[in-house]
Design a protein around this ligand. Sequence first.
Ligand SMILES: [Zn+2]
Length: 180
Amino acid sequence: MAVILPKQTGTEEGKLLFRKSEIITGVSEGIKIVKNLKDTLDYYGGVGLAAPQIGISRKVFIVNIVSSGKRSELPDIGFKAYINPEILDASSETNTDFEGCLSVFYSTLYGQVGRPSSLKIKYMDIEGKKRTEDIYHPFHARVILHENDHLDGKVFLQRMKAEDFPNLHWEENLDIRKKY
Ligand SMILES: [Zn+2]
């Protein structure tokens, strides 16, 4: 697949970002979308991407979290695909951290979002196996919840508290259009 610029909030083609995605019925459809998502995430960088961001209204997202030089505090999760995910449980304990999104102002806008620190998720993997996973690392949980929100038609701005809006900040040098 040719890499395309992720759909953006505030644009006509970005309207899909505010719609609920449909369940995937065949594993092969899921695998195909995962491949497109991976190509796009590899190209633009980032820790996760959901199908509606590339214009596909289906329940699938990927994460790619690696511990590396600049981000040595991150857990080494690597690449993972979640097809038809369902959050079964989320901790009452929460944490607040900055989030950005490849679909919100081309990844230039960052704001604080409070999210549960751990969760339990049910999903299908790319081999078609049903899995249940406990996620204990707050960053991994955060990425999963951010991506899962995309499948519910929500972006991180809708999860922000009014009191955190004054801390929104703009990172012009991260504009993904520079890579396109
Ligand atoms: Zn996002």
